[in-house]
Design a protein around this ligand. Structure first.
Ligand SMILES: Nc1nc2c(c(=O)[nH]1)N[C@H]1C(S)=C(S)[C@@H](COP(=O)(O)OP(=O)(O)OC[C@H]3O[C@@H](n4cnc5c(N)ncnc54)[C@H](O)[C@@H]3O)O[C@H]1N2
Ligand code: MOO
Length: 421
């Protein structure tokens, strides 16, 4: 029996793009999803705002005391001691300050009408039924004015903001109990390969446990992302069906393996049969050369090579930025680090290298970790980032700066908490 390098694979490598051109193209395949939903504040953390939030009221909502003490009228202070005409605690209805009086007041309580400063207890002395004040206060002293923090009508949070804990605090303070956020980006991960078994299944000789499926689901999931995953084996018909179905209801369809020139590398053909199209058929990078980008139905398509490092690094470099764009987030600025593993080699392709990123002398330093080989998982356990070493005619030197992609990204960590019961 004779085997041939197929014409199909020749065309794959002919359509190869540079790493940079492929990254640009990946972002041009996606746009913000046009679905949104309203969620209660306790489920809003990490979600992306679908509309700008404008303050519906002033914060503080009313003039109030900033200290426990006495509310006074400045003009009256010289006539001290002042009679105490009452008390207002936080939550009490606003009072009115009687002439030549002081009014006991607690922090956060409404300032009585007519008062223009608050004297802390420490600066006042009780004299009989009244209170004497040592120094003349300044107008507005120890008073929080209505709207001084946030004014009604002011833009508080812009559309596209990823809601963090301070945002939740501001929304809650403004009495906003629910927000409109971008609906989760829907992602399908289809792992292909006859050799794959799930953990818990018995493993026949030459079979392997699927690690790319669980890895990609963990690497790509986030509060604004819904990942569904399925293993398709090497059944061409099933793959065509799954691709078409995922393309009709997802925003992004990702396959793992089956991208190269092996006898059972079915993904490219199945994508075409399902009505999809390839826009980038290979990328000049290592690992991950057989990566493909395209479209299927209404979704963008990414075909990841099967080797675990090729799949992981391509997901970090291409898919996470695509998800950010799909969820309406502005692109994040590149993170640069000092390269500390120069080996004098010229890099013909962009190389993606597992590194340990550490802050040293106020700068980030990246050091290579682990043995070479894109099938290995141990280097990923030791690393916390991947370094992008660009193709270059002259080798990089230790201390040169290059882009790194940290593994940990707060936008990609787990599902939202369960709502309170
Ligand atoms: N003649 C050539 N052979 C290969 C080339 C090439 O250019 N010419 N490229 C190599 C590169 S680079 C890579 S990467 C792989 C990519 O191949 P595929 O995308 O077709 O993936 P497979 O061959 O199906 O699998 C590769 C490797 O990964 C393992 N794998 C697959 N799925 C999973 C999974 N879900 N979990 C864990 N491991 C998985 C699979 O068993 C293989 O060991 O091709 C090279 N060959
Ligand atoms: O992408 Mo492959 O992992 O270079 O072997």
């Amino acid at each position: 029996m004779t085997f041939h390098v197929t014409e199909a694979f020749r065309s794959v490598t002919l359509g190869m793009r540079s790493f940079e051109a492929a990254r640009d193209k990946a972002l041009r395949l996606v746009g913000p999803v046009d679905r949104s939903e309203t969620v209660p504040l306790d489920l809003a953390l990490g979600r992306v705002l679908a509309e700008t939030v404008v303050a519906p009221r002033d914060l503080p909502a009313f003039d109030q005391a900033a200290m426990d003490g006495y509310a006074v009228r400045l003009a009256d202070v010289a006539t001290a001691p002042l009679r105490i005409d009452g008390v207002t605690r936080a939550g009490d209805a606003p009072a009115r300050l009687a002439p030549n009086c002081a009014h006991r007041i607690m922090t956060g309580a409404s300032l009585p009408a007519g008062a223009d400063a608050v004297i802390p207890y420490e600066q006042a002395t009780i004299v009989g039924e009244g209170v004497a004040i040592a120094d003349t206060p300044r107008s507005g002293g120890n008073v929080r004015r209505a709207g001084e923090d946030i004014a009604r009508g002011q833009t508080v949070l812009p559309k596209g903001r990823v809601l963090a804990w301070p945002d939740i605090a501001a929304l809650a303070a403004l009495g906003i109990g629910a927000v409109r956020v971008v609906a989760p980006v829907r992602i399908a991960v289809l792992t292909t390969g006859a050799e794959l078994r799930d953990a818990g299944e018995t493993l026949p000789m030459a079979a392997i446990y699927d690690s790319n499926g669980p890895m990609l689901a963990a690497l790509l999931t986030g509060r604004s992302v819904e990942v569904t995953k399925a293993t398709v084996g090497d059944d061409y018909g099933a793959l065509v069906e799954r691709l078409a179905a995922a393309g009709s209801h997802c925003d992004l369809v990702i396959t793992s393996a089956g991208m190269s020139s092996g006898d059972r590398d079915l993904v490219r053909g199945a994508l075409a049969a399902a009505g999809g199209a390839i826009a980038v058929s290979a990328v000049s990078m290592k690992p991950g050369k057989p990566l493909a980008l395209g479209t299927i139905g209404r979704a963008a398509f990414v075909g990841l090579p099967g080797n675990p490092q090729a799949a992981a690094f391509s997901a970090l470099a291409f898919i996470r930025p695509m998800i950010a764009a799909l969820s309406g987030r502005p692109p994040s600025a590149p993170i640069m680090a000092r390269y500390m593993f120069a080996d004098g080699r010229r890099t013909e392709k962009t190389e993606l290298i597992p590194v340990r990123l550490e802050a040293e002398s106020e700068q980030l330093v990246a050091r290579r970790v682990g043995q070479p080989g894109s099938h290995r998982l141990m280097p990923l356990l030791a690393a916390n980032a991947v370094a992008i070493v660009p193709a270059a005619d002259t080798p990089l030197e230790d201390g040169d700066r290059l882009e790194v992609l940290p593994f940990h990204d707060p936008e990609f960590q787990g599902a939202p908490p369960c709502p309170a019961r």
